[in-house]
Design a protein around this ligand. Sequence first.
Ligand SMILES: NC(=O)c1ccc[n+]([C@@H]2O[C@H](COP(=O)([O-])OP(=O)(O)OC[C@H]3O[C@@H](n4cnc5c(N)ncnc54)[C@H](OP(=O)(O)O)[C@@H]3O)[C@@H](O)[C@H]2O)c1
Length: 212
Amino acid sequence: MEQKIKVAVLGGGGRTGKYLITQLLNQGYSVKLLLRSPEKFQLQNPGIEIIKGDAIDIESIRSLVKGCQAIISTVGQRPDEPLVASRATLNVLSVMAELGVRRYILVAGLNVDVPSDKISERTTMATEWMKSNFPLIHEDRQKTYSILSASNADWTLVRVPFIEFTDVRKETLASVEDCRGDKISAADIAFFLIEQLDSDLYIKKSPFIANA
Ligand SMILES: NC(=O)c1ccc[n+]([C@@H]2O[C@H](COP(=O)([O-])OP(=O)(O)OC[C@H]3O[C@@H](n4cnc5c(N)ncnc54)[C@H](OP(=O)(O)O)[C@@H]3O)[C@@H](O)[C@H]2O)c1
């Protein structure tokens, strides 16, 4: 059987992260996880290596990425904690450059504006809601996009609508211009993220994905 790469995962203990880890293992990848509370992580598998640490700490990211060939992040902002998205991305990109790792795939909500967008009224409304209710988190996500845009890494920023935490899979519509639906299953996010490991279709791009 073909030897698959080792993937570093940020946010692997979160809701979407669990679908991602399960699917990576099912597809024969080995995974290295960065967890703040490893004792809370239930899944046991010989293909999993766990590093205890925080995404805003560069040493943690260095330990995580060492020995891996790609990074996938489903990190999400926790209330009343330091902003994580842009700091984690700065750390990841810096360590990638140091260690010669090229591929970085990360998840965000719809509320990241990209110059090539041609978004519908529905997507605009969802985006505006996030901007007015969580302005600092929105700014941090937008900053993350600016940092990615200025980097030489092979990044893909996957923008998703409301997530349904289910194994049910449906047709996934991807577009770099607009979000074509208002929901996506966590299983479909996991499959899409993993597909990007072997694809250059969305390198340096920010596709929206949604269920049809
Ligand atoms: N849920 C939705 O409907 C929805 C919709 C659109 C976009 N999104 C985006 O999709 C992604 C996944 O969402 P989700 O709902 O599955 O997320 P989630 O369940 O809230 O999980 C977030 C994960 O990020 C980790 N994390 C946060 N700060 C960290 C830090 N400083 N260092 C290390 N790990 C950290 C958390 O770890 P701890 O357990 O240690 O806190 C957790 O594992 C997120 O980027 C989210 O913003 C979600």
